[in-house]
Design a protein around this ligand. Structure first.
Ligand code: ACO
Length: 413
């Protein structure tokens, strides 16, 4: 309308290329053509991806085509990680080689153990994990060769072994236990991870080890979420993958993202009893606070992962005994699902609403929950990092801005 010129912009994959907008320009006024303004990337596809599909209106989540509901209990987390990273579930020999290569990453340099030990025990485990993971990259010099497929193939499985070992170390430090890693065993990845987290005198109950496996599976990937976008953006600079993944750990730490699992349980403790739920909900509706564990950028219906966690939680509580906070959580959900504020805004429980209750029932300290999420999400971060750096269209991520500052001015004499 400004120039009365007509433009043709092709539509591809139900999207337009934002770079095509730059052909729309008022030559007299603009150095660059039209840009799109989308500060939180609410309606901007930043890449193509073949890893995870979400239909947020219908509550559908699929990993490489498999519905999320079909995976827990039938496939173990380590095979799901292989699926996300390689595109197919592993066959017998592939699964064995994959597990062995993953295990090789669990051998952490002694300096990393000393580094974790140097933090105060009350330091937030996500801060410690972030620092230690970044430092680990300095010991894995070969990983800098991001364009070498042989190096990538050797490094990728080690990320999964390293994160489980590192989270175990951080949790043992947080809980004041000896830092030495448990003896290697032939148990599967999730059971060994369970042993990293909990004292040796508590042999893993199969229900709890399976619950951990389920939690790892459902938190393994979620397409272009905040932390995965961070990994892809930082990885686009061709930095080593440890540094790119450190960006993901930092993003996950935030209470609006993975840190919500901790924030939910703090909220439930703060509310305390069912009779205090209605006034709390009213304060949310007055915008005094957010209801943690509710709402999602993509899901405008019940998060399918929350359904799976809810069922898992019931099995865990059969073993551990129920939580006094469960009634508070159920009351919040019941009220919110009937209330116009939440219905109109399509706010439903997300993956973090019930996961913290499961971690609490297992006996983990509240500030360690997000470290478990990081161990799970490593699978997705690695899959997306690999996909991004092999995509010829994926240049260095460098968005535009709309400058709203002062015009040129002069310091004067
Ligand atoms: N409690 C109360 N109101 C909410 C909540 C909430 N949890 N979430 C969204 N809303 C309201 C907003 O205030 C807004 O209301 P308005 O239209 O009157 O202004 C409306 O719903 C739309 O919300 P947005 O802020 O536009 O949603 P956005 O997509 O930007 O944010 C997010 C998504 C960050 C997840 C948000 O729902 C939230 O903060 N939830 C609580 C934190 C949380 O549970 N995060 C974990 C998400 S899952 C994960 O990352 C692993």
């Amino acid at each position: 309308m400004r120039t009365r010129r007509a433009y043709r912009i092709p539509i591809e994959w139900d999207a337009i290329r934002a770079t095509d907008l730059s052909n729309i320009r008022d030559d007299a006024r603009q150095a660059h053509g039209l840009a799109s303004y989308d500060p939180a990337l609410v309606n901007t596809a930043s890449c193509t991806s073949a890893i995870t599909f979400i239909d947020g209106d219908r509550g559908v989540l699929r990993y490489r085509g498999y519905p999320i509901e079909q995976l827990p209990g039938r496939v173990r987390f380590l095979d799901v990680a292989y699926l996300l990273i390689h595109g197919e579930l592993p066959g017998g020999i592939e699964a064995r080689d994959w597990a062995a290569a993953v295990s090789s990453g669990a051998d952490l340099p002694g300096a990393i153990t000393s580094m974790v030990a140097g933090f105060p025990a009350e330091a937030h485990p996500m801060g410690v994990l972030l620092a230690a993971w970044s430092a680990l990259g300095a010991y894995r010099e070969a990983s800098k060769a991001v364009d070498d497929p042989t190096v990538r193939a050797a490094e990728v499985p080690r990320f999964l072994g390293s994160i489980a070992a590192l989270v175990g170390l951080v949790v043992r430090h947080r809980t004041g236990r000896p830092l030495a890693s448990p003896a290697a065993s032939k148990a599967d990845y999730s059971t060994r991870f369970y042993r990293e987290l909990f004292p040796a005198e508590a042999p893993p109950d199969p229900v709890l080890a399976d619950a951990l496996d389920t939690l790892l599976i459902i938190q393994a990937d979620h397409e272009q979420n905040c932390s995965t976008n961070a990994v892809r953006a930082v990885g686009s600079s061709r930095v080593d993958p440890y540094s790119a993944i450190a960006a993901g750990i930092a993003a996950l730490y935030g209470p609006l993202h993975g840190g919500a699992n901790e924030a939910v349980v703090r909220m439930l403790h703060q509310i305390g009893t069912v009779d205090r739920v209605p006034p709390y909900i009213e304060s949310v509706k007055r915008s005094e606070r957010k209801l943690m564990g509710f709402g999602h950028r993509v899901y405008k219906s019940y998060d399918p992962r929350a359904k799976i966690i809810k069922a898992t939680m019931e099995r865990v509580f059969d073993v551990t005994g129920t939580s006094p906070l469960l009634d508070v959580a159920l009351a919040i959900e019941a009220i919110a699902l009937e209330d116009a504020y939440f219905i109109d805004r399509k706010l439903y429980p997300n993956v973090d609403f019930y996961s913290g209750l499961v971690y609490e029932a297992m006996g983990l300290p509240i500030d360690t929950y997000t470290t478990i999420f990081a161990a799970a999400r490593m699978a997705g971060w690695v899959a997306h990092w690999l996909e991004g750096i092999q995509d010829p269209e994926q240049k260095i991520t460098r968005p535009r801005q709309v400058y709203v500052g002062r015009d040129a001015r002069d310091l004067g004499r």
